[in-house]
Design a protein around this ligand. Structure first.
Ligand code: HXC
Length: 256
């Protein structure tokens, strides 16, 4: 059987490509476990500086695997402790870029929203169809969507399951940048390579302060920012960046 999660190294970038074409990349539990394990391993590998999550050229993901849960009742769902599979993605200290082609539905859209940057092909579409199945987005969708686009736009789509075209998603702030159709993965790789060339400690601090600060009151968030800013002043990469600017040469950051 073909691997359901393809892993490729592109220099310091790890590409994770969902590969269940027969089920439109529906996120069954083995695939989600593989994704969580790959991201946990990448977090332990200092040579991986950025991650791309892609669904390939046709579809990002059609959601959670509906057939897998068809007969489950509440105690069975609770026993799965699915939040444990999502947690390593949410907690990953490396930047993660989602490359969305085609549809990102339900758990697929929630997977994209676990990432730090979402690139989407201009003909991609997002939707949260859970309401049509009598459930709700259970992997952060009811919380991350309103935080990204505001309550009134989020309600419009969470309560209907209607599709959000990529251009509207970009306008709403759900998509970072649109790419030509078929180019999302290549664009995400190029962007990830660019981030991977940045000073790793600064990248890590920026990600942490943005995410943690978003859940704090502004004065506390500004303290987080100030402390991270001050700490970075003692790094060798800060000295290298400033020296390279003054000496008019390219910097070489080493994560020190
Ligand atoms: C399991 C799925 C699936 C899914 C598609 N398939 N989506 N299997 N879970 N989410 C399977 C189909 O059963 C079919 O298998 C094959 O993929 C092709 O799908 P078709 O429906 O024949 O293709 P098409 O007519 O092109 O329609 C594509 C589609 C439709 C619009 C994406 O498949 C669809 O609406 N899928 C469900 C989308 C959805 O409701 N997602 C939210 C799920 S709930 P066979 O064997 O019949 O050929 C969710 C909550 C998650 O995500 C919570 C945490 C993860």
């Amino acid at each position: 059987m073909a691997e359901e999660l393809i892993q490729e190294r592109h220099d310091a970038v790890l590409l994770l490509r969902l590969n269940r074409p027969e089920a439109l990349n529906a996120l069954n539990i083995p695939l989600r476990r593989a994704l969580a394990a790959a991201i946990s391993a990448a977090a332990d590998d200092p040579d991986v500086r950025a991650i791309v999550v892609s669904g390939g050229s046709k579809i990002f993901a059609a959601g959670g695997d509906i057939k897998e849960f068809a007969d489950h009742d509440a105690p069975q769902i609770m026993a799965l402790e699915l939040q444990r599979i999502w947690a390593p993605i949410a907690a990953c200290p490396r930047p993660i870029i989602a490359a969305v082609e085609g549809l990102a539905l339900g758990g697929g859209a929630e997977l994209a929203m676990h990432c730090d940057i979402i690139l989407a092909a201009e003909d991609a579409q997002f939707a949260f169809p859970e309401v049509r199945l009598g459930i709700l987005p259970g992997a952060g969708g009811t919380q991350r969507l309103p935080r990204a686009v505001g309550k009134f736009r989020a309600m419009r789509y969470l309560l209907t399951g209607d599709r959000i075209p990529a251009s509207l998603a970009a306008e709403m702030g759900l998509v970072s940048e649109l790419t030509p159709s078929g180019q999302a993965e290549a664009a995400a790789l190029a962007l990830a390579q660019k981030i991977a060339r940045m000073p790793p400690l600064a990248v890590r601090q920026i990600k942490e302060v943005v995410l943690q600060g978003a859940d704090c009151a502004l004065p506390a968030a500004l303290v987080l920012e100030r402390n991270a800013h001050n700490i970075l002043f003692s790094t060798e990469d800060r000295k290298e960046g400033v020296d390279a600017f003054i000496e008019k040469r390219k910097p070489l950051y080493r994560g020190l």
